[in-house]
Design a protein around this ligand. Structure first.
Ligand code: F0G
Length: 459
């Protein structure tokens, strides 16, 4: 008999989590203005708000923390991080930052000016925020297939090369500071980008002489998908694939809270010494001196170890199979989600799960609240709240997809938790006909409103 699959680690330390009653949750979510970000973590049983900074570090990472060198300049920990970035990712120059969006800030403060255009595949919300805040345009060139949740294709995060080339042709060269390739494509459902597509994007960037930036938060999960789905890569190691992916990039921004499996940290890395030097002032002003940026020495040490562990096949297989397991449970109950299962999350298709809630009443947010009420599970809306208003017309933008993202923290929950999540969703799905009303906004900020929005139930 074939042995069943099991995790490639065992558990050395546990953290207790709390269950609650539906009555308690009704009170808490009301007090939180129906914004899941405003809940206290103790009011949540299974927290799938994000896989960012919520993973469990290994014994190796914890022990590396004890060896952290906290020198202001030239710390050993900085050099540990530098060596890992060079050896695993292939970049010679980098600046540490406190997280991914800080890396974006350092980079974009240097290269973006008003009126610029940055084409890419479904820019992440802080990336879009940084671009739009500077009065530039984040131009989405993702393949159209990504919007069809039931279509099962291996690389649904890809860039549409025709759309990209059109953008590069139509925009004056000096208005394009870089093309942004996000691996995996978070917003489209944690969907990977194929190596073929990376090569295609890189070729266009070279043809039109623009830089290629990789938003690399989940680069290792992307490499795992290339290994397991793309012809010609099955016998390569994840580390070899990672090296090839980054060989096409000029710049990478990294939220280390994902695939480097640390709770805080990030960096921006460069192939060009000149660009690295140009960005240094923004690092010093906003983050810290160039050899620590926003990070303590111990955190840089843990990050260096995490980059190595995070690019090991056994770890990635355990991680991605857990997400697939949750997907297979939803299949059993007929609950539609962005197919195939993503690397870090399942994105439930809220429009199909709650067909009776009008789009103006925030369908995916309504589903998120229902799931919380059902079982104390916290997901996050990737729908009209996040899509925000058009920066020019100030009209609400209603995206094609209304998704509830259930992000799975790394090495944190067991498959029993996945079972609870699936059944809770099934219970909501079973009473979908009776859920007809959503929420209205009573307060919102002019940019990135979803984080701090206040809502009221429509009665
Ligand atoms: N790029 C991508 C693709 C991301 O998913 C994130 C963060 C960032 C950049 C910004 O990095 O959080 O370290 O500042 N994503 C988290 C999420 C927050 O929940 O998906 P950060």
């Amino acid at each position: 008999m074939e042995l069943p699959f099991a995790e490639s680690y065992r558990i050395k330390m546990v953290e207790n989590i709390k269950k609650s009653t539906r009555e308690e949750r009704e009170q808490w979510i009301k007090e939180a203005k129906y914004n899941l970000f405003f809940l206290k973590s103790d009011q949540v049983f299974i927290d799938l708000l994000t896989d960012s900074g919520t993973g469990a570090m290994s014994d190796q990472q914890w022990s590396a923390m004890m060896l952290g060198d906290e020198s202001y300049a030239g710390a050993r920990s900085y050099y540990n991080m530098k060596n890992a970035i060079k050896e695993i990712l292939g970049f010679d120059y980098f600046l540490p930052t406190h997280q991914g969006r800080a890396a974006e800030n350092v980079l974009y403060s240097t290269i973006i000016k008003e009126g610029d255009v940055l084409p890419g595949n479904s820019h992440f919300d802080t990336t879009k925020g940084h671009i739009e805040f500077r009065r530039a345009v984040a131009l989405d060139c993702t393949i159209d297939e990504a919007a069809d949740t039931q279509l099962e294709i291996p690389f649904k995060g890809n860039v549409d090369l025709k759309k990209l080339e059109k953008a590069l042709q139509e925009t004056p060269r000096e208005k394009i500071p870089c093309v942004i390739l996000t691996v995996t494509n978070n917003t489209a459902g944690g969907q990977p980008v194929s190596m073929e597509n990376v090569r295609g994007v890189s070729a266009l960037c070279k043809k039109y002489n623009v830089l290629l930036q990789m938003d690399s938060a989940r680069f290792a999960e992307n490499a795992y998908f290339i290994k397991t789905r793309e012809k010609g890569y099955e016998n390569k190691t994840v580390k070899e694939i990672v090296k090839e992916m980054f060989s096409y990039a000029d710049i990478m921004t990294m939220s280390s809270k994902k695939d480097a499996i640390v709770n805080m940290g990030g960096f921006v890395a460069f192939k060009s010494e000149e660009l690295w030097k140009n960005c240094q002032k923004f690092c010093i002003m906003n983050e810290g001196f160039v050899t620590y940026g926003g990070m303590s020495g111990r955190d840089m040490n843990a990050l260096a170890v995490g980059l190595d562990e995070g690019t090991e096949f056994d770890y990635l297989e355990t991680r991605i199979k857990q997400v697939e397991y949750l997907g297979s449970k939803l299949d059993e109950y007929g609950i539609p989600y962005q197919r195939p299962a993503g690397g870090h999350a399942i994105f439930v298709d809220a429009k199909q799960v709650l067909p009776n809630v009008p789009k103006e009443e925030f369908i995916a947010q309504t589903l998120g609240i229902e799931l919380y009420l059902e079982a104390g599970i916290r997901g996050v809306e990737v729908g009209a709240l996040l899509a925000d208003r058009d920066p020019v017309t100030r009209e609400n933008r209603y995206p094609k997809l209304e998704l509830l993202r259930l992000a799975i923290p790394r090495r944190t929950y067991t498959n029993n938790h996945m079972d609870v999540i699936a059944v809770a969703l099934k219970n909501v799905y079973d009473r979908r006909e009776s859920i007809t009303k959503g929420y209205k906004i009573i307060h919102e900020e002019p940019i990135m409103r979803h984080f701090t929005v206040e809502l009221e139930a429509i009665l």
